[in-house]
Design a protein around this ligand. Structure first.
Ligand code: HEM
Length: 472
């Protein structure tokens, strides 16, 4: 009788055993957007043995992220995240639990609350000035800048200074090495993995995804372990810790309450923050610059606003951002067309949930296709055109309350780093535009705007553009 009451959402016909795996292709965000045109804004796929529900409209996103947040806030954990037992400690992948709440609270109070962010504004200003200095050096010799690499360096060093009071990367080589590790993790974790679709294959790891992830995340965990040990040694030698950073607070907590905040948990918290907080910001900025250098009208509007509000050639201060509506619109438009995390992080139903007359069965994985929502022509006029102006007289924001634009997700699992990410993005993009004029490496050649699917939706080709310093 229970069976007859449940009505699963419609979806493409599943083949025996493999189900709909072949429908995913190499760009699942696009394939599933196409399927949603046929089957509707809530659809069901069978990926091997796993029932996966994909929602692709603002209304359905609201049902998942707000109305039924309570039953849909656990994570579907990919096999790749099981390496080094990361799923048991990660704030991004552990289920809703006392540990998860504790980790969110601690990270929030040390890194992301308004108070924490206001008190380390100088740090961001310094890292921004270093970024502008590096770009100035390239402009002196007329050299193209790899925007992603430059922004990655600024983002990772900003985080490492907040957590460890030091720069994690300095030379061009070490930036590349770290960026490769993070990008590889994002790609591997995002890849459709047979071991996720057929749990019986998890020990075999047929595509080698789990073992590669084990190597990449192992290297980062080793780095964090060494930094923690160095700090412990310093504390032991000196008898005190003069650093006023997140590590210092975490170690104090570990002494007080070993269970909830031991060294392993600190290592995994760092892994989550450094992976979640660098590639996302970097790829958003790359997309924004790529769109702007090809769109003269939007570029000159953004530059004109900056010149009028803060003065030609000056770096942006955080206090300026409220007076830069066009810059804010550029960031929103970039998120609409190129959401850094196209499916959000996968959720898992902890109970049967009724949505739009259909049942999401307990245990099903739930994806919100924010890429499809951003490109939906019944939601957005000229959905495939980059036009920041659409946000100028609109209240739509990215904080998880407007379901047509939720690049940071929503509800209880909304991105923890949202406040930091928004400050970094406006500071860096505004300053790159106001301090330099930019042109493409080869005149007349249109930039390749292909994307590459992973947990983050990266640009397939790096953005290499030539800066010319703006004279004040
Ligand atoms: C452009 C920048 C960023 C974007 C677009 C982004 C996007 C996201 C998304 C979509 C989620 C999943 C939300 C959900 O399931 O509803 C998420 C979770 C998360 N993000 Fe971000 N993120 C960004 C930057 C950052 C930064 C800078 C940090 C930290 C330094 C960070 C840390 C996290 C963490 C820890 C989670 C897991 C939260 C949880 O599961 O409770 N993110 N992010």
């Amino acid at each position: 009788r229970v069976r007859s009451k449940t009505k699963l959402p419609p979806g493409p016909y599943p083949l025996p055993i493999i189900g709909n795996i072949l429908e995913l292709g190499t760009k699942p965000h696009q394939s599933l957007a196409r399927l949603a045109h046929i089957h509707g804004p809530i659809m069901r796929l069978k990926l091997g043995q796993v029932t996966t529900i994909v929602v692709s409209s603002p209304h359905m996103a609201k049902e998942v992220l707000k109305t039924h947040d309570h039953s849909l806030s656990d994570r579907a954990v990919p096999q790749s995240v099981h390496t080094h037992n990361h799923h048991n400690f990660s704030v991004a992948f552990s289920p809703v639990s006392p540990l998860w709440r504790h980790l969110r609270k601690v990270s929030n109070s040390h890194l992301f609350s308004n108070h924490a962010l206001n008190s380390n504004q100088t740090l961001r200003r310094n890292k921004l000035h270093e970024l502008l200095h590096d770009i100035h050096q390239s402009s002196l010799v007329g050299e193209a800048v790899d925007v992603g690499k430059a922004v990655f360096k600024a983002s990772i060093n900003l985080l490492s200074n907040s957590v460890f009071s030091l720069d994690l990367v300095s030379s061009a080589d070490s930036v590349g090495d770290f960026q490769d590790l993070v990008v590889n993790i994002m790609e591997e974790v995002g890849k459709p993995n047979l071991a996720d679709f057929f749990p019986v294959l998890k020990m075999i790891d047929p595509q080698g995804i789990r073992s590669r992830c084990c190597v990449y995340s192992g290297k980062l965990l080793d780095t964090f372990r060494d930094l923690i040990h160095q700090r412990l040694k310093l504390r032991e030698d000196q008898g005190f810790d003069s650093n006023n950073d997140m590590l210092s607070s975490l170690l104090n907590m570990a002494q007080l309450n070993g269970q909830e905040m031991n060294q392993t948990i600190i290592q995994h918290l760092c892994l989550t923050m450094f992976v979640a907080g660098t590639d996302t910001v970097t790829s958003t900025l790359e997309w924004a610059m790529a769109e702007l250098v090809q769109n003269e009208k939007a570029m000159s509007k953004a530059k004109q606003e900056l010149e009028e509000v803060i003065g030609k050639g000056k770096p942006v201060e955080e206090s300026d951002v409220g007076r830069l509506p066009y810059l804010q619109a550029v960031i929103k438009e970039t998120f609409r067309m190129h959401p850094a995390v196209p499916f959000l992080l996968p959720r898992k139903a902890n109970a049967n949930v009724e949505i739009g007359g259909y049942t999401i069965p307990r245990g099903a994985h739930v994806l919100v296709n924010v890429w499809a929502i951003g490109r939906n022509s019944s939601v957005w006029e000229n959905a495939n055109v980059f036009s920041p102006d659409r946000f100028l007289n609109s209240d739509v924001d990215v904080k998880g309350l407007n379901f047509e634009l939720t690049p940071f997700g929503g509800g209880r699992r909304v991105c923890l780093g949202l406040p930091l990410a928004m400050r970094m993005l406006h500071l860096m993009l505004g300053s790159l535009l106001n301090c330099f004029n930019w042109k493409v490496e080869e005149d007349g050649v249109t930039m390749n705007m292909d994307d590459k699917f992973g947990i983050t939706l990266a640009k397939a080709q790096p953005v290499r553009i030539i800066p010319e310093k703006v004279i004040k």
